[in-house]
Design a protein around this ligand. Structure first.
Ligand code: OX2
Length: 795
C-alpha cells in the first residue's frame, strides 16, 4: 500500500510537476487510473506466466458487448486497498467518491447481454479461471440519453476522453483483416489452394483492459480492437489538393469501430454491422490461433486447449473464420478443420424474439466477405446432406443455415458448436421444445441450460456498502467471497431488531437516491413512500406500458374516486433504441404522466413518477439498493432471463413479476409467499396468440380497463400522446398488456397492503436477500466451467 501512495505522488510530480497538495481532482483521477492499471498489468505478468507454464485449457469469450461499468472503484475494491486509498486522499483533502465520479461508464453495450459478459469476466477472474474477453473498442459507446420535453434525444458518448487511462495499447499485436475482393481456387503441387485478391485491408489495433478479481492473484484481460486504415492517408491525393479524399479510406476504415449499435431488438445497420462482426472475430481468431501455434507448434490440439464461447450470434463469424484460417493458412483439409471447429465452439442464445435472431441476406453478405460466404455455404451443404443421409425426418425449412437467400446465424451456431445453452430454465426449455426443436431432435444432449448470474461483489459489495457491512457483522461469514453463505440470514427471520436494521439501511439508500433525484430532475420524493422500480431497456415486450397504465389507473382513482393509497414513487430508467418509435412514445407517455401528477397537488401527495435519464451501470448502482419493489413484468415467454431481477432481489427488493425468464427461479427460491406473481403463463400466452388475441375484447369486457383507457384519453393535451397510446392498446397491444392488467392490479393492491405491515414486508425482504445466493455469477460461471468448458483454475 505504501508503494501505491508513493506511486501516486511520483506520478503527479513526473506527469504534472505537481505535489499532491497542488494537484487537481482530474490529475488525481488520472494518477489513480494509470497506477492501478499498471499494478494490475504487473500482477498479470506473473499470472500469465503461470498459465503458460501449466499449458492448461483457456476460454475466449467473444461478445459484441461488454458493459464493464466504472473500473476504478472495482479495481481498488478487488485489490483490497480502497479504504487505505480513501484515507490517504482524505488526509490530502480529496474525496475518493468525487474522484470516482470523474470516470465515465465505458458504455460498450446496450443492456443485459453486455452486462452479463462483464459480470462473468469479473466472477471468473475472482475464481482464478483463465478467460480472455474479446470485443470492439467503440469510440462512441451507447449514446447519452437526454430527455427533452418528454422525448428521448441521443448524444454521442465520448467515453475515451477520460476512459482511455485504463487501457494498454499493444502495438506489437496488430492484425490485418480482409474485406471485399475475390477468391480464386488454384491447383498447386500441394493440392487446391485459395488465393484472395483485390481485397481491402483494415488494421485491427489491440487495446487491453485489465480485469481484476477479488482477493486473488489472477488478472484477466478484455481485449478491445480498434479499426484503422492500412497505410493511413493518401499523400498523392493530398498533394493534389484533394484533402478530403486523401483521408477517405482512413475514414471508412475507422468507421468500423466508431459506434456501438444502439439496437438490441433488431439487426439494423446491416452492412456496417456485418463488417464490425467480422472485424473483431477475425482479429481475435487470428490472434488466438497464432498464440496457440506458437505455444504448441501445431493446431491439432486446438480444441483440447481452447474453448471459444460465442455470446449470442453476433460473434458467429468466428466459426467460418476458424475454418478459413485452418484451411487457407495452415493447409488443413475440410474434414480435419471441421473436426477441430465443432469441438472448439460453444454458443449461448439470449433471445427467442424473431426480430432479434440475426439473419443476413446473401446478396449483401457475399460481396463483403466472399471467402467466408463460400465456407458458410459449404457448411450448409454438408449439413443438409448429412441430415438426409441419417434419414432423419427433419425439417430443413427450419434447420437449413441458408434459407430463402438469408443466412441464419443461430442455425450456423447450433450446427457448428458442441454446446448450445439458454439463460434460464424456462428459456432453455422453450429453445428445446419450440424455437429449435428439430435441432434438439437430431443433436440430443447438445442443448443445455445455465441460468444467468450477477457479480454480487459489484451489485452488493460496492453498490450497497451499508448493507454489506451490516451483513458481514451479523453473519460473521465472508459472503462476498461465497454468496451461498448469505442464506445464514434466514436464521434472523423472526428477529425484529434485524428486520429494523435492514429497514434502516433501505431508508439510507432511499435518502441517497432521493438526493440524486432532486439534483437531476428537481423532483422531491417522499422517502417513506414505496420505491417502485422498473429499470431496463425500453422494449414493448418488457411492458413499461403496463406499469404506466397502472399509474394512470391510480391517478383516476385518487382524483375521482377519493382513493387514498399508501404513497408510492414510481421510478423508471430506460434507453430506447434510437430508431424504435413505439419505445420512444412510451418514454414520452411516462414523462407526461409524471408532469401531470406533479402539477396536481391532490394527486402528488400519493403518487409520483420519476424518469431518470441516461440509464447506465453507475445509475443502476444507485437505484437498485434503494428499491422496494422490482417490476419484472415482461410478457411471459419473452424475457430470456433478466438479470436486473436478481440484482434487485439481492438488495432486498420484492419482485412483482410474471412467470417469465429467471423470475420463475426466483419464485422457486423464495416461495410463493415472498413474491408477487401475476398474469398469463407462457403457455397461456401461446394459446391465446393461436386463438387470436383481440385486445379490444378485453377493453369492452372489463369496466376497469375501459374506464382507465377512457380516462387516459382525457389527459391528452395535444402535446402529449395519451390518445395515440390508448388507440394502440385497444387496437393492437401486441404484448397483451390488457390481458394481464386486472391480475397485475390485484398484485399491486396486495403490495400496498403488505408494505404497511412493516414486519411482514421486512421478513419477505430478508427471505429474498437470503435466497439470492444461487444467482451469483460465481455459481453461473462454475456451471459453464464444469458443464461446458471443462477448464481448471490457474494455480
Ligand atoms: C438479453 C435478454 O433479453 C435478457 O433476458 C437476458 O437476461 C440477457 O440478455 C442476458 O442473458 N440482447 N440482449 C439480450 O439478449 C439479446 C440478444
Amino acid at each position: 500500500m505504501d508503494s501505491f501512495t508513493k506511486a501516486i505522488k511520483r506520478y503527479l510530480e513526473k506527469r504534472f510537476g505537481n505535489s499532491i497538495e497542488d494537484a487537481s481532482e482530474r490529475q488525481i483521477y488520472q494518477a489513480l487510473m494509470v497506477i492501478t492499471r499498471d499494478k494490475l498489468a504487473e500482477k498479470r505478468y506473473h499470472y500469465i506466466n503461470k498459465l503458460k507454464e501449466s499449458e492448461q485449457k483457456r476460454v475466449y469469450y467473444m461478445s459484441m458487448e461488454f458493459l464493464v461499468g466504472k473500473t476504478l472503484r472495482n479495481n481498488l475494491y478487488n485489490l483490497g486497498i480502497e479504504s487505505e486509498v480513501k484515507n490517504f486522499l482524505s488526509e490530502n483533502g480529496f474525496v475518493l467518491d468525487k474522484i470516482y465520479d470523474i470516470e465515465p461508464d465505458p458504455g460498450l453495450g446496450n443492456g443485459g447481454l453486455g452486462r452479463l459478459a462483464s459480470c462473468y469476466m469479473d466472477a471468473l477472474t475472482s475464481q482464478e479461471y483463465p478467460i480472455t474477453g474479446f470485443s470492439i473498442l467503440y469510440e462512441f459507446g451507447i449514446f447519452k440519453q437526454v430527455i427533452s420535453n418528454g422525448w428521448q434525444q441521443e448524444f454521442p458518448d465520448n467515453w475515451l476522453d477520460l476512459g482511455k487511462y485504463g487501457l494498454i495499447y499493444r502495438s506489437d499485436e496488430e492484425v490485418e483483416i480482409k474485406f471485399y475482393g475475390e477468391t480464386k481456387e488454384q491447383w498447386t503441387s500441394d493440392g487446391l489452394r485459395i488465393k484472395y485478391e483485390d481485397y481491402t485491408p483494415i488494421i485491427a489495433e489491440p487495446y487491453d483492459l485489465m480485469i481484476s478479481g477479488y482477493e486473488t492473484d489472477a488478472v484477466n484481460v478484455l481485449r478491445l480492437w480498434k479499426s484503422k486504415a492500412s497505410g493511413g492517408f493518401n499523400m498523392r491525393l493530398f498533394e493534389q489538393g484533394e484533402y478530403s479524399k486523401s483521408v477517405e479510406s482512413k475514414a471508412i476504415a475507422e468507421s468500423i469501430s466508431k459506434l456501438l449499435y444502439p439496437a438490441d431488438d433488431n439487426n439494423k445497420g446491416k452492412e456496417l454491422r456485418i463488417k464490425q462482426q467480422y472485424f473483431f472475430t477475425s482479429a481475435s481468431l487470428q490472434q488466438i490461433v497464432k498464440m496457440h501455434y506458437k505455444a504448441y507448434n501445431t493446431l491439432d490440439n486446438l480444441a483440447e486447449k481452447v474453448v471459444i464461447h460465442i455470446n449470442d450470434t453476433h460473434p458467429s463469424l468466428c466459426i467460418p473464420e476458424l475454418m478459413r484460417i485452418l484451411m487457407d493458412e495452415y493447409e488443413y483439409s475440410w474434414d480435419k478443420a471441421w473436426e477441430i471447429t465443432i469441438k472448439t465452439f460453444a454458443y449461448t442464445n439470449h433471445t427467442i424474439m424473431a426480430e432479434a435472431l440475426e439473419k443476413w441476406s446473401v446478396d449483401l453478405f457475399r460481396p463483403i466477405l466472399p471467402r467466408i460466404y463460400t465456407i458458410i455455404s459449404e457448411i450448409n451443404n454438408r449439413f443438409c446432406k448429412w441430415c438426409k443421409d441419417i434419414g432423419a425426418s427433419v425439417d430443413l425449412e427450419e434447420m437449413s443455415i441458408i434459407h430463402n437467400d438469408m443466412i441464419r446465424m443461430a442455425n450456423l451456431c447450433i450446427v457448428s458448436s458442441y454446446s448450445v445453452n439458454g439463460v434460464s430454465k424456462l428459456h432453455s426449455d422453450i429453445l428445446k421444445k419450440d424455437t429449435f426443436k428439430s435441432f434438439n431432435r437430431i443433436y440430443p444432449g447438445k442443448f443445455t441450460n445455465v441460468t444467468n448470474g450477477i457479480a454480487h461483489r459489484r451489485w452488493l459489495g460496492q453498490a450497497n456498502p451499508e448493507l454489506t457491512k451490516y451483513l458481514n457483522e451479523l453473519l460473521e461469514v465472508d459472503f462476498i467471497k461465497d454468496l451461498s453463505s448469505i442464506e445464514n440470514l434466514l436464521e434472523y427471520k423472526s428477529d425484529e431488531s434485524v428486520i429494523n436494521n435492514l429497514e434502516n439501511i433501505k431508508k439510507i439508500k432511499k435518502v441517497q437516491l432521493a438526493e440524486y433525484i432532486k439534483k437531476n430532475t428537481g423532483l422531491t420524493v417522499d422517502t417513506n413512500s414505496i420505491f417502485d422500480v422498473q429499470i431496463k431497456r425500453l422494449h414493448e415486450y418488457k411492458r413499461q406500458l403496463l406499469n404506466a397504465l397502472h399509474i394512470i389507473y391510480l391517478y383516476k382513482e385518487i382524483k375521482y374516486n377519493a382513493l387514498k393509497p399508501y404513497p408510492r414513487t414510481f421510478i423508471f430508467s430506460a434507453k430506447a433504441s434510437s430508431g424504435y418509435v413505439m419505445a420512444k412514445n412510451i418514454i414520452k407517455l411516462i414523462c407526461s404522466i409524471s408532469e401531470i401528477i406533479e402539477m396536481d397537488p391532490e394527486v402528488r401527495k400519493y403518487i409520483k413518477v420519476v424518469f431518470l435519464e441516461d440509464y447506465r451501470v453507475s445509475l443502476a448502482e444507485k437505484i437498485i439498493p434503494a428499491a422496494d419493489v422490482s417490476e419484472q413484468i415482461s410478457q411471459a415467454g419473452k424475457e430470456a432471463s433478466g438479470t436486473g431481477n436478481m440484482k434487485l432481489m439481492l438488495n432486498g427488493a420484492l419482485t412483482l413479476g410474471t412467470m417469465d425468464g429467471a423470475n420463475v427461479e426466483i419464485y422457486n427460491a423464495v416461495g410463493k409467499d415472498n413474491i408477487f406473481i401475476f398474469g398469463l403463463s407462457s403457455e397461456e400466452v401461446s394459446d391465446l396468440s393461436e386463438r387470436g388475441y383481440r385486445s379490444e375484447e378485453f377493453y369492452q369486457n372489463s369496466s376497469v380497463i375501459k374506464e382507465t383507457i377512457d380516462f387516459m384519453r382525457t389527459l391528452d393535451n395535444g402535446d402529449s400522446n395519451f390518445n395515440y397510446m390508448a388507440d394502440y392498446l385497444v387496437s393492437r397491444d401486441p404484448y397483451m398488456c390488457l390481458a394481464d392488467f386486472e391480475s397485475y392490479l390485484e398484485q399491486q393492491k396486495l403490495i400496498e397492503k403488505t408494505y404497511q405491515d412493516r414486519i411482514k414486508w421486512g421478513q419477505m425482504s430478508l427471505v429474498n436477500i437470503a435466497n439470492s445466493g444461487i444467482f451469483s455469477a460465481d455459481r453461473a460461471t462454475s456451471e459453464y466451467v464444469k458443464e461446458i468448458w471443462n477448464i481448471k483454475k490457474v494455480k
